[in-house]
Design a binder for this molecule. Structure first.
Ligand SMILES: [Zn+2]
Length: 255
């Protein structure tokens, strides 16, 4: 009996050892624990163990025994930090090769993150001292569809900024509108950029009433192609979005 128990324990341990440990840099705490993927738990591992036993025609130990062997090891399941974005998460999870592939992008991301945090602090201080400034986070209900407005005013047909650079809306990090310059949209593609760049709408000489064309976003849908792009972030060998809940969010987007 003792011998059987010892054998089962040894087999369970061999099974547990097959799961890759996450690299230690992923976990900030200095600890003797090793971490398994956040996608796993003991029940999932046990089911795989059962399958393996069935395949090899071996005796299956109970879940209780499996759990007891698991608990005797210095093992934990990694819980991803909730405030970590997909890029940071992918970087932290990645091995040297995967990290290297996104190093430049990641470095830029960190620099921008630091810059925007600093900016936020500055603006909060400004708002505290001067009632003319209001710092407000935008909630969903305050978003408007401006596609019609963009079309009407030919905004997307303007390809070059007043400063002479190609305009790529997907790279905008900051947008500024001024009451005194209704025909201009100011933007930055980096928080470290000192001056805003300018889109000049006046050149198109088109008139429209912005308020007529600004509609609240009712039942927004994203284009099929966009949906597929987002879903592609959730799959593949190194998904940018890998957390179960986050994936679900993208999968549920109306399209
Ligand atoms: Zn990040």
């Amino acid at each position: 009996m003792m011998q059987r128990n010892r054998r089962l324990r040894r087999e369970i341990l061999t099974h547990i050892d097959k799961f890759p440990r996450m690299e230690s840099h992923y976990c900030r705490k200095k600890t003797s624990y090793e971490y398994l993927s956040p996608e796993l738990n003991v029940a999932v591992m046990y089911r795989l163990y059962e399958k393996e036993c069935a395949r090899d025609g071996r005796e299956v130990a109970s879940m209780a025994l499996y759990r007891s062997v698991f608990n005797s090891q210095k093992l934990k399941f990694h819980v991803p930090k909730k405030d970590l974005c997909g890029l940071c998460d992918t970087y932290n999870r990645g091995n040297a090769v995967e990290r290297n592939a996104i190093q430049a992008k990641y470095d830029r991301h960190i620099t921008e993150k630091q810059a925007v945090r600093q900016l936020k602090e500055e603006l909060k201080l400004k708002a505290k001292d001067n009632p003319q400034f209001v710092v407000a986070s935008l909630t969903y209900s305050r978003f408007c569809m401006f596609r019609n407005l963009l079309g009407e005013r030919g905004v997307l047909r303007i390809r070059t900024s007043e400063e002479g650079e190609a305009i790529d809306w997907t790279t905008f990090m900051s947008v500024r509108l001024e009451k005194d310059s209704p025909g201009k949209i100011f933007y930055k593609t980096s928080h470290r950029q000192e001056q805003f760049s300018t889109i000049n709408l006046e050149e198109k000489r088109r008139r429209s009433n912005p308020t007529v064309n600004l509609r609240p976003t009712d039942r927004p849908k994203i284009p099929e192609a966009k949906y597929n792009d987002l879903i592609s972030f959730c799959s593949g060998d190194t998904p940018i979005v890998f957390h179960r809940d986050h994936k679900k969010f993208y999968e549920m987007l109306p399209h």
